[in-house]
Design a protein around this ligand. Structure first.
Ligand code: PGA
Length: 254
């Protein structure tokens, strides 16, 4: 049965290398001694080396927010999983809704990225989630199931190296999270679908919730039985608010 709760921060396009160093100077003392949850921060590419260096002697892991599926080649502007591995990333987020909706990433492209990242030994956080329009049209479960199945196609045997983040698009960056019970319903559905893909490994996957998670709502969210962690955007940018969320996760695990 799975591991610790995963408390992950997605910094999006925030923090230069110098700001990254400053963040960790403040953040690490706030979470010292906490080892019953897994802590992950995903900075922008250029800030990854600073983050890796700053967290060398801590339990904090560093990941990336995206990657391309080729190892190397003429793909201007892209970064490969091999490169991420070498600079010290343990995880990569794939299929974030901003990648899907602002940059037009398809489920097919996302699937290629998932396969490639796993081949290089990275762990993957695959993001899924419906838009407001899809939710209002009663399509939440259909959309989530499709993104899950297409995203994980061909890697069903590797579920032990994959986490899923359920991030309803309407809850991201809006300050309005899904109600904990509302999220729980989708999380339960996701575990059911993962069980169909690989009954032996489905319970090793951590299904995280993302979308306006903050210190004030983290406890209610993390108390749901099928929510095994959180992916935090805005509230991961401030050392004290992210540390509070980590501590809430730790207390619930305690
Ligand atoms: P938010 O972002 O916490 O700022 O809503 C979450 C995410 O997009 O991963």
């Amino acid at each position: 049965m799975a591991e610790k709760l995963l408390i992950a921060g997605n910094w999006k396009m925030h923090k230069t290398p110098a700001q990254t160093e400053e963040f960790f100077k403040e953040f690490l003392p706030l979470i010292e001694g906490i080892n019953n949850v897994e802590i992950l921060i995903c900075p922008p590419f250029v800030s990854i080396p600073s983050a890796v260096e700053a967290t060398n002697n801590s339990y904090v892991k560093i990941g990336a927010q995206n990657c391309y599926f080729e190892k190397e080649g003429s793909f201007t502007g892209e970064v490969s999983p091999v490169m991420l591995k070498e600079v010290g990333c343990k995880y990569v987020i794939i299929g974030h809704s901003e990648r899907r909706h602002l940059f037009g990433e398809s489920d097919e492209l996302i699937n290629k990225k998932v396969i490639s990242a796993l081949e290089e030994g990275l762990k993957v956080i695959l993001c899924v989630g419906e838009t407001l329009q899809e939710r209002e049209s009663g399509l939440t479960f259909t959309v989530v199931e499709t993104q899950l199945k297409l995203g994980l196609s061909g890697v069903e045997d590797n579920l032990d190296r994959i986490e899923i983040a359920y991030e309803p698009v309407w809850a991201i960056g809006t300050g309005v999270p899904a109600q904990p019970e509302e999220a729980q319903e989708v999380h339960r559905f996701i575990y059911q679908k993962l069980g169909e893909l690989n009954p032996k490994k489905a319970d090793q996957v951590r299904v995280l919730y993302g979308g306006s998670v903050k210190p004030s709502n983290a406890e209610a969210i993390l108390s749901q039985p099928h929510i095994k962690g959180v992916l935090v955007g805005g509230a991961s940018l401030k050392p004290d608010s992210f540390a509070q969320i980590v501590r809430i996760g730790s207390q619930l695990s305690g």
